[in-house]
Design a protein around this ligand. Structure first.
Ligand code: ARG
Length: 459
């Protein structure tokens, strides 16, 4: 049978493959609430502008309320033959209220309708993700406060470099996540503009009020150009770009958790609730959740690539290719939401092993820079010379299988006669971290202050 929406010019209905490739209802049904809200705003505007009668507007409003209730209670029968959420809702509305349902689509097209629904949905998703990132920041700040004076090796090239505090390390992620939230907030501004009333592509001859529907749906303003309104998808690409950066940050943190709970580091213990055992090796406790956060970043980055490629060759205005815009965005939003949930739980529950971190500080000559700095400050050597002298002392300690602080004063003076007993005061990791009290540095006092500031800035 020919289509009920446009059957006028069609002799036969679609092939089965056509129906399958064409239908989006399996995924765009997620827009049902936004679709109904947008239709109600549109109908109210049509009434206010004298384009449809108040009685019809009333019937449409109440009919849509019933459709909403049917969908929410699970009694609504979605149909692939009706292609998408827009036509499913409208067809049911027609069954419920008859003729007035046919007036709802006046001065509207599915092209502005779908863009409107998508923007409304994504606005809500961005707000939900922002709250979840904030929860993760709260968990990180809580741990940072507890571990503000916990000393661990800091690394560059994954080689032991200088001691840092665990709290300082965690607060680095709070900063990254803060910028992620900034990107989400910024992209929300460009999501939050209304395409409704752009109609198919060119606007409409009916005397509509796009400002009124934009305001009713809490959009900042109507989009200025009707062609742009129906065919722009940069708002979704931008969300995926911001989401990809967020996913990369989560993945880096996940990778650190995987490293830290491995036997080579043993810096943290993850809770049983976020790890798994092995079916063969009884001793195992694997960081699966962290590995999956790391792995799932691939999906989000893939979603960004997908949408960029879908859009890159499309002439204006709407093309059906654009129906492919939703699944990557849903996938990315869902994946990010789940990863944030798991990461927040892992961080909240993790136990830092302070003794293991302290033990790791006894190798790697973490205070070598402090020794060189002492030679500059106390013995007046130029830094390059101090660097060379320290290098020789490191070699001496390495050959002796000991730490710098374990060398005797005599051994040190044999390398450079200007070294005095005072040098030992800078060779502890406590002293090394406490001395790095410059703004943004790792000194415990700085970390405590930074955590307090972070609470004010982000929570
Ligand atoms: N299901 C379509 C989509 O997701 C809705 C818009 C269809 N418009 C059209 N002219 N075929 O993009």
């Amino acid at each position: 049978a020919a289509n009920t929406m446009w059957g006028g010019r069609f002799a036969v209905g679609p092939d089965e493959a056509m129906e399958r490739i064409n239908a989006s209802i399996d995924f765009d049904r997620r827009f049902y609430r936004e679709d109904i809200a947008a239709s109600q705003a549109h109908a109210a505007m049509l009434v206010a502008q004298g384009i449809i009668s108040a009685e019809d507007g009333d019937a449409i409003h109440r009919g849509l309320e019933q459709v909403l209730q049917e969908i929410e209670s699970g009694t609504f029968a979605f149909s692939a033959a009706l292609e998408d959420i827009h036509m499913n809702v409208e067809a049911r509305l027609a069954e419920l209220i008859g003729t007035p349902a046919g007036r709802l689509h006046t001065a509207r097209s599915r092209n502005d309708q779908v863009a409107t629904d998508f923007r409304l949905w994504l606005r809500g998703a961005v707000d939900a993700l922002d709250a979840q990132v904030r929860d993760l920041q709260a968990a990180l700040i809580g741990q940072a406060e507890a571990e503000a004076a916990t000393i661990m090796p800091g690394y560059t090239h994954l080689q032991a470099a200088q001691p840092v505090t665990f709290g300082h390390h965690l607060l680095a992620y709070v900063e990254m996540l803060g910028r992620d939230r900034g990107r989400l907030t910024d992209c929300r501004k460009r999501i939050n503009e209304s395409p409704l009333g752009a109609a198919a592509l060119a606007g409409t001859s009916f005397p509509i009020d796009r400002h009124a529907t934009a305001a009713a749906l809490r959009f900042e303003r109507p989009l200025a150009n009707s062609l742009d309104a129906v065919s722009a998808r940069d708002f979704a690409i931008e969300f995926l770009a911001a989401g990809s950066i967020l996913a990369v940050h989560l993945s880096r943190l996940a990778e650190e958790l995987v490293l830290w709970c491995s036997q080579g580091f043993a810096f943290v213990t993850l809770s049983d609730a976020f790890t798994t055992g092995s079916s063969i090796m009884p001793q195992k406790k694997n960081p699966d959740a962290a590995e999956l956060v790391r792995g799932k970043a691939g999906r989000v980055i893939g979603a960004l690539t997908t949408l960029l490629v879908v859009i890159k060759g499309l002439p204006m205005a709407y093309g059906k290719d654009m129906q492919e815009d939703k699944e990557p965005v849903f996938e990315a939003a869902d994946t990010l939401g789940l990863c944030l949930l798991a990461m927040t739980g892992m961080i909240r529950d993790l136990k830092a092993d302070r003794a293991a971190m302290a033990a790791a500080c006894s190798s790697g000559f973490l205070t070598a820079t402090d020794l060189a700095d002492w030679l500059v400050r106390a013995a007046g050597l130029p830094f390059r010379e101090a660097h060379h002298v320290t290098g020789r002392l490191v070699k001496l300690a390495e050959d002796g299988g000991c730490d710098l602080a374990d060398l005797s004063l005599e051994q040190m003076q044999a390398v450079d006669g200007r070294i005095t007993d005072d040098v030992f005061s800078v060779l502890t990791v406590e002293r090394a971290t406490a001395s790095r009290s410059s703004f943004g540095g790792t000194a415990p006092a700085q970390v405590r202050a930074a955590a307090t500031q972070a609470r004010e800035r982000f929570l």
